[in-house]
Design a protein around this ligand. Structure first.
Ligand SMILES: *[C@@H]1O[C@H](CO)[C@@H](O)[C@H](O)[C@H]1NC(C)=O
Ligand SMILES: *[C@@H]1O[C@H](CO)[C@@H](O)[C@H](O)[C@H]1NC(C)=O
Ligand SMILES: *[C@@H]1O[C@H](CO)[C@@H](O)[C@H](O)[C@H]1NC(C)=O
Ligand SMILES: *[C@@H]1O[C@H](CO)[C@@H](O)[C@H](O)[C@H]1NC(C)=O
Ligand SMILES: CC(=O)N[C@H]1CO[C@H](CO)[C@@H](O)[C@@H]1O
Ligand SMILES: CC(=O)N[C@H]1CO[C@H](CO)[C@@H](O)[C@@H]1O
Length: 546
């Protein structure tokens, strides 16, 4: 009888009908068990709680991680923080979980790569749907993906103890602390941690570099299409934004305690679904509502951001090496949201973001004309000139801020800074395929992700051409995680030596069908924006504490 049972079980394993268990691991919280992935190469520990949560402290930093009796089955792939999808609200507030992927074959303490997902601070999760681990883990690294609170739950910022702001970033930091403390139990090296992120995840990573709350928590970082010094990294009017939410519920108040009273009692799915109309301002803005903020000092509360990231980076840059990069046509997905009406309105507005300040309106108007002429010459903004709008979105929001941030880090001159420019267009440029630009050249925002991750959302065979990019990208990224140098012995497996930028010149790895080193891309644009930000960047934090 027993024999038969065992045989049945074995057959089921062989057929992958039930999961084979991964080794049990014991940490301070208790013992947990994971499973082996479908091709037998990875031990997966899914949905491991790195912090806990209590709805009575909904907008505050996370609570310490929970402990448990018995064995925790770390196999739940479906955790995500509450967010609005086209199928309604998904996720639950009990979402502060990490997924840990360990190569089955590896020995010795492994370098650890922690990915912070993007999604405009309102959607996304650490799950396999986008972040399948196989491509990276194959190179003998441990990959950790995390969830953090999103939308109003992660970014309500009222400057009071009950809602000090940046809860979502505090989740990320709690995850990093948890990893530092516990990853050795999974075979990871706690002194060999690379944080990487894309879009809002890159902006988060950049903020984590700037923040003093993360000192000593990680050793390297990769910033993909985001920056802490873009306008969309920082909420200039957090209480006003919060009041837009309560206005949707019929209240008219800008009192932080009243706003808190209203929002703290709301069921999370109602709260996360509040969608105030966003007034189109004079500036060219992404109009994200739920983003990080500068925190007011509050007794007993550890802030993430006490000043603009720009100032923090200048004052006390972390001594870590960083890769910065962006994609050649980031703007495709943003332009896809424009309509003839919004294009029309753009003509009467400034073509820069509101993280600038001008002595008077004349100067602002003069500089705005300069920008308009640079991109559009004498032409109007319309469907006919849409490719110029793609460029300005690409450059103003992604490319230029990452390069300006590069400048700051290079000036600090303690570490290596690498730059890349991703221009490849293959069969896995997922976001581009969702835009009207699917047959155009170049890489859209987020397109590089599908060459780093084995996304389940794209379960198609990989072409040989695409496979080459997967191999290169994952090799470069994991080399950097291991050695702080993406091409330490390039002759063996990579066709290029990726040299770091320095004060004299910025050096870019151009990623396409070939890998080549080259100069600063779009140098004229860089000079334009460098001039504007040097002269007009808001650097006084009082502008962000209204
Ligand atoms: C949440 O916090 C409140 C107030 O501190 C406490 O009374 C309650 O027991 C907590 N709930 C859980 C589930 O821990
Ligand atoms: C900065 O980091 C580099 C590389 O890890 C190290 O050699 C150097 O001593 C560090 N400098 C300081 C001031 O910590
Ligand atoms: C490196 O960083 C340390 C600590 O911030 C600083 O004291 C030192 O001057 C820096 N070194 C260089 C070469 O900038
Ligand atoms: C990080 O891990 C790599 C690969 O295991 C190893 O060669 C390297 O020495 C480690 N770096 C540090 C700083 O421990
Ligand atoms: C977030 C974004 O893209 N733009 C913001 C820049 O700053 C102004 C002032 O706070 C906001 O109104 C924009 O929405
Ligand atoms: C690590 C690094 O970038 N070091 C540079 C610091 O600045 C001097 C002078 O510009 C360079 O010679 C170093 O290479």
């Amino acid at each position: 009888m027993l024999r038969v049972k065992k045989l049945v079980l074995f057959t089921l394993f062989a057929m992958n009908l039930i999961d084979q268990p991964a080794p049990e691991i014991t940490i301070e919280q208790g013992t947990l068990i994971g499973k082996v992935n479908s091709d037998g190469t990875i031990f997966e520990y899914m949905g491991v709680p790195y912090a806990s949560f209590n709805s009575t402290t909904r907008f505050q930093g996370p609570l310490p991680p929970p402990s448990w009796e018995g064995v925790y089955r770390a196999v739940d792939e479906m955790y995500s923080c509450p967010q609005v999808t086209r199928y309604g609200v998904v996720g639950s507030e009990d979402c502060l979980k990490a997924n840990i992927y360990v190569p089955v074959k590896a020995t010795g303490p492994l370098p650890v790569m922690v990915f912070i997902h993007g999604g405009a601070f309102v959607f996304g999760s650490g799950g396999k749907l986008l972040l399948g681990p196989e491509f990276l883990v194959k190179h003998n690294v441990i990959l950790v993906t995390i969830n953090y609170r999103l939308g109003a739950l992660g970014f309500l910022c009222l400057g009071i103890e009950e809602a000090p702001g940046n809860a979502g970033l505090k989740d990320q930091i709690a995850a990093l602390r948890w990893i530092k403390k516990n990853i050795a139990a999974f075979g990871g090296d706690p002194d060999n941690i690379t944080v990487f992120g894309e879009s809002a995840g890159a902006t988060s990573t950049s903020i984590l570099i700037a923040s003093e709350a993360t000192n000593g928590l990680f050793n390297r970082a990769i910033i993909q299409s985001g920056s802490s010094i873009t306008n969309w990294s920082l909420n200039k009017k957090p209480i006003w934004v919060a009041s837009l939410l309560t206005k949707e519920l019929g209240y008219n108040t800008e009192d932080p305690y009243e706003i808190y009273d209203i929002l703290s009692k709301l069921p999370y799915n109602k709260l996360i679904s509040l969608k105030p109309p966003k007034p189109l301002g004079l500036y060219f803005d992404t109009q994200l509502l739920h983003i990080p903020c500068i925190e007011k000092p509050l007794p007993g509360i550890e802030p993430v951001l006490t000043d603009l990231p720009y100032n923090l980076l200048l004052k006390k840059p972390k001594n870590i090496s960083v890769i910065y990069g962006s994609n050649s046509k980031e703007g495709y997905f943003l332009v896809a949201r424009e309509s003839p009406e919004t294009l029309q309105v753009r003509n009467t507005h400034y073509l820069f973001a509101s993280d600038l300040t001008f002595e008077n309106e004349d100067i602002a108007a003069k500089e705005a004309i300069k920008v308009k002429e640079f991109y559009f010459g004498n032409e109007l903004i319309s469907q006919d000139t849409i490719s110029k709008l793609v460029d300005i979105y690409t450059e103003l929001y992604f490319e230029i801020p990452t390069i300006l941030e590069t400048d700051i880090m290079i000036a600090a001159n303690n570490t290596s800074v690498y730059n890349y420019y991703f221009d490849y267009s293959g069969k896995r440029n997922l976001l581009k395929y969702a835009t009207p630009f699917k047959n155009h050249d170049g890489a859209c925002h987020a397109d590089e992700l599908f060459y780093l991750f084995n996304s389940r959302i794209w379960p198609f065979p990989i072409s040989q051409r695409d496979q080459k990019i997967v191999n290169w990208l994952t090799k470069l990224w994991t080399n950097f995680a291991k050695y702080g140098d993406p091409t330490p012995n390039f002759k063996s497996d990579l066709p290029v030596r990726w040299t770091p930028s320095n004060k004299e010149s910025k050096k870019f790895l151009y990623i396409n069908d070939e890998l080549n080193m080259g100069p600063l891309p779009n140098a004229d644009s860089y000079h334009l924006w460098n001039y504007i930000y040097n002269n007009y960047r808001i650097t006084d934090k009082r502008h962000y504490l209204e």
